[in-house]
Design a protein around this ligand. Structure first.
Ligand SMILES: Cc1ncc(C[n+]2csc(CCOP(=O)(O)OP(=O)(O)O)c2C)c(N)n1
Ligand code: SF4
Ligand SMILES: [Mg+2]
Length: 328
């Protein structure tokens, strides 16, 4: 195969993704066909899954709408790291809403566009798990109920990361956060609480609900494109690794997300009009322990002694997901 030595320029941010090479030799970052909706220079942590997920989701949505897209964004890491005043990483129309009203703001944009007869311009609402499953849930449920023409994307890093890792309704059992410390007989987050928002969204019988992880970016892109090909309320729930809040290595972001799926802890599926219509099968089933061990937020399950009882409990959750969604 013909090859050409690539020089990795270190001369400044415009060289990112080998922009100075011929277009066919550039890496995906500098592909001239990408909009780079969230461009370089933002302040996310190294290995941030939320930055990765949002970049691929928004670029796919821009592609699917021929660039005719407006985004509303709840307060949270994605907003904070991308728009430290007076800078912005957004190369598309983008609005910062309050923490709890991104779905309502997205609805308002869609209503304004409808009043103006602009059916060509589409709307995406987005927020973290705290903004979506907790404080924004009423606005989101209303958006679903009215079947507003919005794709809402939740970037789920399983806690309120932007304010220093507090528990949310999406924090999994036994996980350590600043508000669910690894102390006492039942360390970490309690079992049996929390909200499964993809299932709550499905209960509204909206046209499209899907889940995805940053381990499979092509799958994420395909789901965004599918969603943008539809009208009405659509919901996409993306599991995004957070090295800071999960105490995982920055270089393990993809591996951790992949294990969330391969263990069965995070089912990847699509649902149409309230019914599951497709699932991404587990390719190589893994025990939950492999996923948990990569993350410091579960360290108390292995040190100073193994908490077999808790591990069995978490494995049972994965097994139930596998049976429920037919993942193997
Ligand atoms: C009404 C209100 N309460 C609290 C806050 C403080 N606050 C800002 S972002 C945030 C956490 C965001 O968590 P999440 O939505 O999960 O997004 P992440 O930062 O994890 O991506 C909180 C509590 C706020 N901005 N507004
Ligand atoms: S705290 Fe987590 S979500 Fe926020 S920027 Fe860092 S890695 Fe990303
Ligand atoms: Mg969060």
């Amino acid at each position: 195969m013909a090859s050409r030595p690539i020089k990795f320029y270190q001369v400044g941010s415009h060289a990112a993704g080998n922009r100075l090479l011929d277009p066919e030799l550039r890496s995906v970052q500098a592909d001239p066909n990408r909009t780079n909706s969230i461009t370089k220079g933002h302040r996310a942590c190294q290995g941030c899954g939320e930055a990765l997920g949002a970049r691929y989701a928004l670029d796919a949505a821009m592609r699917a709408t021929d660039g005719q897209l407006i985004a509303a964004n709840a307060t949270g890491c994605l907003e904070v790291f991308s728009t430290p005043y007076p800078e912005t990483s957004w190369q598309m129309p983008w609005l910062h809403s309050l923490f709890g009203n991104a779905p309502a703001v997205a609805t308002g944009i869609a209503a304004a566009l409808k009043a103006k007869g602009r059916s060509d311009v589409r709307v995406v609402g987005q927020g973290g798990d705290g903004g979506t499953v907790d404080i924004g849930l009423a606005c989101l449920s209303g958006m679903f109920e009215r079947n507003d023409d919005v794709l809402y994307i939740c970037y789920d890093n399983e806690a309120y990361m932007n304010t220093g890792v507090q528990r949310s309704g999406s924090t999994p059992p036994a996980a350590r956060t600043m508000t669910t410390q690894a102390v006492g007989d039942e360390p970490g987050n309690v079992f049996g609480q929390g909200k499964n928002l993809p299932l709550i969204a499905m209960a509204h019988e909206i046209p499209y609900v899907a889940t995805a992880t940053v381990a499979d970016l092509r799958d994420l892109e395909a789901k965004v494109e599918r969603a943008m090909g539809m009208r009405g309320a659509r919901y996409l729930h993306v599991l995004v690794t957070c090295p800071l809040g999960w105490s995982s290595a920055a270089g393990d972001t993809i591996k951790v997300a992949r294990l969330a799926k391969e263990t069965g802890l995070f089912p990847v599926f699509e649902a149409t009009d309230g019914e599951v219509s497709a699932v991404s099968k587990i390719r190589e089933r893994r025990p939950v322990e492999e996923y948990l061990q990569l993350q410091g937020r579960y360290r108390h399950l292995f040190q100073p002694s193994r908490r077999e009882d808790v591990l069995v409990h978490i494995q049972a959750i994965a097994d139930r997901n596998i049976a429920r969604f037919g993942l193997v």
